[in-house]
Ligand binder design. Structure first.
Ligand code: CLF
Ligand code: SF4
Length: 523
């Protein structure tokens, strides 16, 4: 480990300083190095009041770094980085890098020239696309020429697009200068362990110094490089997000320590993602029967990490050529063949004007939501108050505005008397197929939200209503087109009343399944 001074986003908030300034102060001994308060409100769910203006500028329209932004702004990936310098037991090279995407879908590999053409085409069609990420299909920094050529050429043609990359961290320290040279403001490092004894169960080998290194030594080198790379990025003012794959029985208890260690080194966000592991993916974990976590296991680890590095809970485990809002995938609209036939006009002014409208709408929604929430607020939180999960069908604008049958995912909120907190999402198979309900899908949908007490929808048919009720999940369509948090609080106030009056008995719910298939398949 290096001796670089440790800083956290808590320090940043206190000092209202940019990342690099804080590091300088810390190195001079003038700033606390023990970490900040780590409020869950800063980070992916934070707003302009939670962080310095320079940081807000970087995160406000990055859909992964701001939970609110992901409802309004899109990202895209280009699959220019095929090679990798390590082996993870949850990866099969036939598929995309499952550090940032998930196994099971192969992306179309592009040259840097093709990639830039594609980004410019997408940016002309989707003006709210604000971020280009390179996230595979291998490791972005194991393919430095292709990665940086793409960024350099894009910067010349589309200077308003934010640049982002994802890496396993092995080659990171020697690439930090290059990362800064191209103004890459956002870097994701996948860190699954801070103890090589855990690491050797995840990484069978790394390629290092022209040779293959295995076992404990491989994990030690990787760990050293990851920590050093993170510290160097923090010192240079680059925002970092840490991805950790939760592997039950291997690093589930250890991720708490990972969270603390990355916070000390200035990580902006920590994204704890479920292992996706199926035998047909051909990964070591898939073939040895290593299972992924259940929804409650994932939530328990995330909850245990609250108060440390800020958590991202809205990751959709995108593919390496994903295009669009998180959770949607428009990559099929932008294949090379289609781009060749498109008339591409990159109009920076038009993009800026469009984004200004998006921002105005977002602010208006934010204010309306705050007002609605004030009306429904239930006082200060209490330690032992009742909390339940509710699933919400929404197609955006922060409202309960989707039919049950049209949902391909449900947002999950944890509701107490005083607040409704977004805690994740669950992908499901579409119930309504061509105008008819597909009853065979119902058990899997119920399984995905089985830990919820209610599902809030704009409308629901008789058959799913009965099945949900039989499973103990209350279907609720009384709050159609209301803001989600207000709807959830209002429903919960009624629920508590029914419990208090003895009309119903409050029962704990069971666990729920995390869908193992394609996360961003078109509905
Ligand atoms: Fe892509 Fe990753 Fe940049 Fe986002 S994705 S490189 S930080 S632009 Fe986002 Fe997708 Fe999750 Fe990644 S939802 S998998 S966190
Ligand atoms: Fe696969 Fe990514 Fe791990 Fe490389 S870093 S082995 S591409 S999961």
């Amino acid at each position: 480990m290096s001796n670089t001074a440790f800083v956290s986003i808590g320090d940043l908030r206190k000092g209202r300083q940019a990342v690099s300034q804080v590091v300088e102060t810390a190195a001079a001994g003038g700033c606390s190095t023990s970490g900040g308060a780590g409020k869950a409100s800063c980070g992916s769910s934070g707003g302009p009041d939670d962080m310095p203006a320079e940081i807000w500028e970087k995160v406000k329209n990055h859909p992964c770094y701001s939970e609110e932004a992901h409802h309004h702004y899109a990202r895209m990936h280009v699959a220019v980085a095929p090679a990798c310098n390590i082996q993870c037991n949850y990866c099969n090279r036939k598929y995309d890098c499952s550090n940032e995407s998930r196994p099971g879908v192969v992306s179309q590999k592009l040259t840097p020239e093709q990639a830039v053409r594609k980004v410019v085409a997408v940016a002309s069609e989707i003006p709210q696309m604000t971020v280009l990420g390179i996230a595979g299909p291998g490791d972005a920094l194991a393919n430095p020429k292709k990665t940086f050529d793409t960024f350099r050429m894009l910067q010349e043609q589309a200077p308003d697009i934010k640049l982002c990359l994802s890496t396993n961290g092995l080659a990171l320290p020697q690439m930090v200068d290059e990362i800064c040279k191209y103004n890459i403001d956002h870097v994701t490092i996948t860190i699954n362990m801070v103890d090589p004894a855990v690491g050797e169960k995840i990484y069978p080998w790394i390629f290092w110094d022209h040779r293959r290194v295995t076992g404990r030594e491989a994990a030690e080198i990787l760990h050293r490089q990851q920590m050093l790379g993170l510290e160097m990025l923090t010192a240079r003012g680059v925002l970092t997000k840490i991805n950790s794959v939760l592997i039950p029985g291997i690093n589930d208890e250890h991720l708490f320590e990972v969270n603390r260690e990355v916070k000390k080194r200035g990580a902006f966000l920590h994204n704890i993602m479920p292992l996706i592991s199926e035998a047909e993916h051909g990964t070591v974990f898939g073939l040895t029967g290593q299972r992924g976590p259940t929804a409650q296991e994932l939530k328990a680890v995330q909850d245990a990490c609250m108060g440390g590095a800020n958590l991202m809970r809205h990751c959709r485990q995108c593919r390496a050529d994903a295009v669009g809002l998180l959770g949607e995938d428009r990559s099929d609209e932008f294949t090379l063949d289609r781009i060749d036939q498109m008339e591409v006009v990159y109009d920076l002014d038009k993009r800026r004007a469009y984004q200004a409208r998006v921002e105005a709408e977002r602010q208006a929604q934010h204010q309306a939501k705050l007002q609605a929430l004030q009306a429904a607020a239930g006082g200060e939180p209490q330690a032992d108050e009742m909390k339940v999960l509710v699933a919400v069908a929404t197609e955006g604008h922060g409202k309960v505005n989707q039919h049950f049958g049209h949902a391909t995912e449900f947002q999950i909120f944890e509701v107490s008397r005083s607040q409704a907190l977004f805690v994740g999402h669950r992908r499901v198979d579409l119930y309504c197929q061509g105008g008819y309900g597909e009853d065979e899908q119902l058990p899997s949908i119920v399984g995905a939200i089985n830990d919820c007490h209610a599902v809030l929808v704009s409308k629901i048919g008789a058959c799913p209503r009965d099945e949900l009720t039989a499973a103990g999940i209350e279907p609720v369509d009384a709050y159609a087109h209301e803001f989600i948090e207000k709807a959830a609080l209002s429903w919960f106030a009624g629920y508590r009343e029914r419990v208090a009056s003895g009309r119903i008995v409050h029962e704990p719910r069971g666990d729920a399944r995390i869908r193992q298939g394609a996360f961003t398949a078109a509905a």
